[in-house]
Write a protein that binds this ligand. Structure first.
Ligand SMILES: *Cc1c(COP(=O)(O)O)cnc(C)c1O
Length: 387
């Protein structure tokens, strides 16, 4: 059996053609293909505005900046995420705190969020921004998080890096019905790819205008935002400090071509996930739990080794799967246990549910190009390894 990764892009000859066309056109960096891709994603998700950038990490950074996050402010997120969901606060000079996860969904626990908000309110230390992460592609309970945002006055930035193509309450994730902004990642292991790339969606025109400026040095060509008079058609002004976070037209052309197949991508992932759930249910594993309100994009399929029923530990099982050419992975090492975060005062034991989950979790392969034969192989190896 070939080496099977946990995730992998699927590039069609149409995708290749779309990139070649841009390569031979007048624009290579941000141009008409970026604008087209932004429109496509916004329309697909049902959001008003979309701003493409060079990664989801950059998207999270400018989303936080657009909310004015800075020194003295707090940002809260889930410990069960990639470090970027928390680092964006530090880029802005703000402080990070975490809310432990729900035992079933592995998403941020709304009950614990509510409790922590209540305490923070009394201490006068409410967060300015909360970043719920739609872990593995399954939406957090956004209606309840939105209600808490109204009650306590914080902004919501969804980290939907895993979740483009997923739904919540029957509507596309990214519509920003319950969030100020939604962030997507187009890294190759995610649902659709632009090689590197990310996007921020919003329904707020002012946030949109600010995001556009922040991705390109803080420069504006719109006289409405300028101090004083324009000098002529060439004129621009830098009115705040931004970055070069632009996406190239080459990447956007790939993204637009990929997006045409998004429903196909997600349907195949959903098919494979259901097939795993069916065929693994007799094994000593905890399988992914799905909320009724959510329809996952299945970026990840995570199994947990049930320590009470299985004599081998997670590490042993992981290593045996790798030896059999199955490219398993682990998502995620709780962010607060990273040395950088421990140096800031976080410690093992702070978020016990995320820590216990981490000790038992293995991500097994799920991606568009995974064949049933390969999946059956993975299932048969799992059965042997677990017995
Ligand atoms: C992949 C990922 C990111 C970062 O995405 P990049 O596009 O690689 O910057 C952020 N948050 C989560 C949850 C991710 O999975």
């Amino acid at each position: 059996m070939r080496n099977i990764p946990y995730g992998r892009q699927d590039i069609s000859s149409e995708d290749v053609q779309a990139v070649l066309e841009v390569l031979q056109s007048d624009w290579l960096t941000q141009g008409p293909a970026v604008e087209h891709f932004e429109r496509m994603v916004a329309d697909y998700c049902g959001a008003d505005y979309a701003v493409a950038v060079n990664s989801a990490t950059s998207a999270l950074h400018i989303a936080c900046m657009a909310e004015g996050l800075g020194e003295g402010d707090w940002l809260w997120t889930s410990p069960n995420t990639f470090v970027a969901s928390a680092n964006c606060a530090l880029y802005c000079g703000a402080q990070v705190d975490f809310v432990d996860i729900d035992e079933k969904t592995y998403n941020i626990s709304v009950a614990k969020l509510e409790e922590k908000l209540h305490q923070a309110d009394e201490a006068g230390r409410l967060p300015k921004v909360v970043i719920p992460v739609h872990f593995s592609g399954q939406s957090c309970d956004m209606e309840r998080i939105h209600a808490l945002a109204m009650q306590y006055g914080f902004k919501v930035i969804e980290d939907a890096s895993h979740a483009i193509g997923g739904k919540y309450q029957g509507k596309a994730i990214g519509n920003c019905a319950y969030a100020d902004m939604t962030v997507f990642s187009f890294h190759p292991v995610k649902i659709v790819t632009t090689a590197e790339g990310g996007m921020v969606l919003t329904n707020d025109k002012e946030l949109y205008e600010r995001l556009i400026r922040l991705r390109s040095h803080g420069i504006t060509r719109n006289s409405a935002y300028m101090a004083g008079e324009t000098h002529g058609p060439w004129y621009y002004q830098q009115i705040e400090l931004g970055y070069n976070y632009r996406m190239t037209d080459l990447q956007a052309a790939l993204g637009a071509s990929q997006l045409k197949r998004i429903d196909e991508f997600v349907m195949k992932r959903d098919y494979l996930a259901k097939r795993y759930t069916q065929k693994l249910k007799e094994l000593p594993l905890i399988l992914p739990y799905q909320e009724k309100s959510a329809s996952s994009a299945w970026h990840l399929y995570v199994i947990q080794i049930d320590g009470t029923q299985c004599s081998k530990n997670r590490r042993k099982i992981f290593e045996e799967l790798r030896e059999q050419n199955i490219g398993v992975n682990v998502h995620y090492i709780p962010v607060h246990t990273q040395p950088y975060y421990e140096n800031m005062g976080f410690a093992q034991g702070d978020y016990p549910v995320a820590e216990r989950y981490y000790e038992q979790a293995i991500s097994i392969p799920v991606f568009f190009g995974l064949t049933e034969i390969e999946q059956d192989y993975i299932i048969s190896v799992l059965k042997k390894v677990l017995n």
